[in-house]
Design a protein around this ligand. Structure first.
Ligand code: B1M
Length: 218
């Protein structure tokens, strides 16, 4: 078994300590941080997600796996940031009101940091006004919203409506994502971008900020 496969296995068993140790070992051995992320940590979490769907594992197992994943992420994060570029902008990120899922949001956060963004993570179950207050306070370029429940997806629209009501919608690039979200929904609610995964989110955010800056200086 490769070290990446071992990371995935231990993550699925919820062994946070082993995951941490193995992620560090993989880094020390020169493994590609993106491979550790995508195949080790994300790969393991996806398997747990499938098993959860089929009722082969239950909430406690999912929670310990999520904890193991976050433990691995804390070790991996500086490496991903290191291989990224210079600060390209500021992003506010949160999971919308009513939604407590944060693994995907944390991944997007990490990839944005890796792409060189200064990140303001405002957590989970975030009220519409809190997104706007933070964005205004820090002078953000991007507002990123995550939702994992079909019942909380509409709260993304609440944030966009509030941005419009306050007359500040045009100041921000609004990005949405999360398992139930899609391109069509993003368009319907007036978001600027939907991306299916954390890596694409970081790439798109970076390009969007660069082209916005280029337009402003032109
Ligand atoms: Co929840 N849960 N959960 N859960 N949970 C799902 C989402 C579900 C699909 C499971 C299922 O039934 N098959 C289902 C939703 C069904 C629906 O709405 N259609 C569900 C449910 C129902 C619930 C509860 C209601 C269960 C209950 O209590 N009865 C409850 C809700 C609590 C709440 O939020 N109010 C609940 C609770 C939980 C736990 C607490 C046990 C735990 C969360 C732990 C945590 O986040 N700290 C949990 C988990 C872990 C899951 C599953 C198994 C995994 C989610 C996950 O982390 N995936 C999930 C089933 C599944 O997805 N297969 C499930 C890994 C993560 C990396 O993926 O977040 O999609 P994801 O992020 C991806 C992309 O979507 C994207 O990037 C990431 C990958 O690169 N992305 C973005 C995410 N945000 C983005 C933002 C962007 C761009 C991309 O731009 C800004």
């Amino acid at each position: 078994m490769t070290i990446i496969e071992e990371i995935s296995e231990y993550l699925q068993k919820g062994k946070a300590k082993n995951v941490k140790t193995l992620v560090q070992q993989a880094i020390d051995e020169g493994a590609d941080p993106k491979q550790i992320l995508n195949e080790g940590l994300l790969g393991g979490m996806m398997i747990i997600g499938e098993k959860f769907k089929k009722n082969e594992v239950f909430v406690p197992e999912v929670l310990v796996a999520a904890r193991a994943m976050n433990a691995g992420l804390t070790i991996l994060e500086p490496k991903l940031v290191e291989i990224g570029n210079q600060a390209v902008g500021k992003a506010v990120i949160g999971t919308v009101k009513g939604d407590l899922h944060d693994i995907g949001k944390n991944l997007v956060t990490m990839m944005l940091k890796g792409a060189g963004f200064e990140i303001y993570d405002i957590g989970v179950d975030v009220e519409a006004d809190a997104f706007i207050e933070k964005a205004e306070e820090v002078g953000a370029d991007v507002i990123c919203m995550s939702a994992l429940l079909t019942t909380t997806m509409p709260n993304m629209k609440t944030v966009i409506d509030a941005l419009n009501d306050k007359g500040v919608r045009e100041k921000y690039i609004v990005m949405v994502g999360g398992a139930p979200v899609n391109e069509n929904f993003a368009e319907q609610i007036g978001a600027d971008y939907y991306t299916p995964d954390a890596t694409t989110a970081a790439e798109v955010a970076k390009k969007a900020v660069e082209s916005k800056n280029a337009m402003q200086t032109a």
